[in-house]
Design a protein around this ligand. Structure first.
Ligand code: F6R
Length: 243
């Protein structure tokens, strides 16, 4: 598994933004698998710059987000719908809204919603590039330690570690939703190309475990060892220490 230290968050984010831009400009029907979270903020910032400078036609680009909190309205300030609108879709308002997919965490029938989302990805996919962050506990999407490696889109009970890490975006920890809808590990692996990014000291241990371990469900990101086309980019602080 190739882990490349690109030095800084800015360099790595710009590189990934260029890769997304290249995919979109070379193939106008591209399907992108998108992630949220702090890691991706600069990627979207650089991507918006590139889209604006080059006035790229994105009207046929289709996107699939990895996950969404359960119980938050799409308009809630911390929903991943709102995040995507703020960082990308409203900043470059030329996407076709009907092609931008985020799971509905407020669906009346959540099981039905997981099935609908998985079916949609299977129908419209495969995703050309899936971008991923990584949790301090090794999660990808919201696939927490112990998740079945064959999992499809499903409802997840968030772990204390994830609730605590994500509480920085909420008024307090009690407000963080306890569940999410997430693409499963098998859903993620269907993408043609996967790019994982990790920045900062807090991610180093997860990256080291990913580098050292074969597929094992205690570190969900290790499932990426089973995919033929994965790239991992880190900054100096998240780079694995040499043994
Ligand atoms: C977000 C997602 C999560 C995050 C991960 C890292 O859509 O699927 O796996 O990528 O929790 O979050 P940040 O980037 O906030 O450290």
């Amino acid at each position: 598994m190739k882990i490349t230290n690109l030095g800084t968050r800015d360099y790595a984010s710009f590189y990934v933004a260029c890769e997304l831009y290249k995919q979109m400009s070379q193939q106008c029907h591209s399907k992108l698998g998108l992630a949220t979270g702090g890691t991706m903020i600069e990627v979207y910032k650089f991507l918006v710059d590139l889209l604006k400078k080059n006035k790229l036609d994105v009207s046929q680009i289709e996107t699939f987000n990895l996950d969404e909190y359960v119980g938050l309205d799409a308009n809630h300030g911390q929903s991943y719908h709102t995040y995507m609108n703020n960082v990308l879709f409203k900043r470059y308002p030329h996407f076709n809204l009907s092609l931008l997919h985020v799971p509905n965490g407020n669906a009346v029938d959540l099981d039905e919603e997981t099935k609908r989302y998985e079916y949609l990805i299977n129908q419209q996919g495969p995703v050309d590039i899936q971008i991923l962050g990584i949790g301090e506990n090794g999660h990808i999407g919201f696939n927490e330690p112990g998740t079945d490696v064959n999992s499809a889109t499903h409802i997840v009970n968030l772990t204390e570690s994830t609730i605590n890490a994500n509480s920085r975006y909420f008024e307090n920890e009690a407000e963080v939703p306890k569940q999410a809808i997430s693409m499963g590990l098998s859903t993620i692996l269907k993408a043609q190309r996967i790019i994982l990014l990790a920045f900062g000291e807090k991610k180093r241990e997860a990256i080291e475990k990913l580098a050292e371990n074969e597929v094992n469900s205690e570190v969900p990101a290790t499932i990426l060892h089973a995919h033929p086309n994965v790239e991992i980019y880190v900054d100096d602080d998240a780079a694995p220490r040499l043994k």
